[in-house]
Design a protein around this ligand. Sequence first.
Ligand code: ZN
Length: 174
Amino acid sequence: MSDRDRNDPGSANEFMAQACALEAEAAERYAELAELMRAHHNSEVAELFGKLARIEGLHRDQILERMGWASAPDPATFRWQTPEGPETTDFADLHYLMTPWHALGLAEHNERRAAEFFERVAGRADLSADLRAVAAETAVEERGHVRLIQAWQARFPEPGPDWDEDLDPPAAVD
Ligand code: ZN
């Protein structure tokens, strides 16, 4: 992989905007996943996602405060993707039958993308030491999230290829 992605920030402001969008997107997705796991009666995983939603939301708020922004910038700079890639990322489709294993896989994939983003920025000699320090610190946190998610995913067996035919349809829940 090139050490400078096409979409990487060119300035401090751009970096903070992208970081803010990334955290805002993560907070939103985790809140959705928490809701989804709750609907599937997996309160343990719902709690984990709820906790991560709060952590990422806190990161978002810290950036907003630091920059004096009223709201997160356009989130289009960092949308979550499925492990299969951006073309298949239709969350409306994925939602209803997703198992904890799939949900955790989705989270792991995007935490890794986040960590890699901050690691690249931390390594950029053209940005200020201050900014690189913020990026490096955030990269460590995101790596921690990757490990946390991986540990959780290891608790669940990988569903078979026909997993989406075997789960309870929503009509059968309660
Ligand atoms: Zn994270």
